[in-house]
Design a protein around this ligand. Sequence first.
Ligand SMILES: NC(=O)c1ccc[n+]([C@@H]2O[C@H](COP(=O)([O-])OP(=O)(O)OC[C@H]3O[C@@H](n4cnc5c(N)ncnc54)[C@H](OP(=O)(O)O)[C@@H]3O)[C@@H](O)[C@H]2O)c1
Length: 216
Amino acid sequence: MHIAVLGTSAVGRAVASRTAELGHTVLMGTRDPSATAARDEFAAWHRDNEAVQLATFAQAASGADLVINATGGDASLAALRAAGELAGQVILDISNPLDHAAGFPPTLFVANTDSLGEQIQLAFPAAHVVKALNTMNNAIMVRPRELADGDHTVFVCGNSAEAKALVTGLLQEFGHRDVFDLGDITAARGTEMYIALWLRIAIARGKSDFNIKVVR
Ligand SMILES: NC(=O)c1ccc[n+]([C@@H]2O[C@H](COP(=O)([O-])OP(=O)(O)OC[C@H]3O[C@@H](n4cnc5c(N)ncnc54)[C@H](OP(=O)(O)O)[C@@H]3O)[C@@H](O)[C@H]2O)c1
């Protein structure tokens, strides 16, 4: 597939590395490619990931089979708008609506009766938004078999069965064994609000090397 990864921080880099390793063509979107290329941390990563091309959000998303949103939740709508109309395109949305204004742990700037996944779907009605992977750290997202041989759950939700099938295929390529379809995009409320518990588990453990499993 031609994959656009919007976002150049930990999640964007993890997803870009892994999808490129799996043989996909990856363009990574950022606001200012030359400024991002000059960042020490990004440059160090890019030396080991030369197959991943850096581009503007719009260049990356143009013609992509899959657009992955790995930008900060408070910046996601702006980043996606910069990417274009995204009509007919599948958006895998990994973002969380974190509000850091009151310090740590962050709260959510949308919850209960709405979600960031829904806001993205509403803003891009001709795109097919699939929320997934936002419930675990970026290392487990892309290499789930390194934790309990993949015996844990990743959720997908979205309004298009075809888009969910495409994303599910990629999650399985990553190594996910239990892809749990929660239904339409309103289920993003649940996976985003789970972050309140995820944060407390991470604080209690002192690390984020865990995931949950729906035992059934
Ligand atoms: N870190 C994790 O393991 C983890 C786990 C689950 C979910 N998530 C979620 O995944 C997303 C990415 O997390 P992250 O830690 O990798 O990165 P992040 O620091 O939350 O976001 C970085 C990206 O946001 C973009 N950005 C920031 N302000 C912007 C603006 N005003 N307009 C457009 N783009 C803007 C940056 O673009 P530039 O490249 O131009 O600087 C950068 O690529 C977040 O929503 C996070 O909540 C993270």
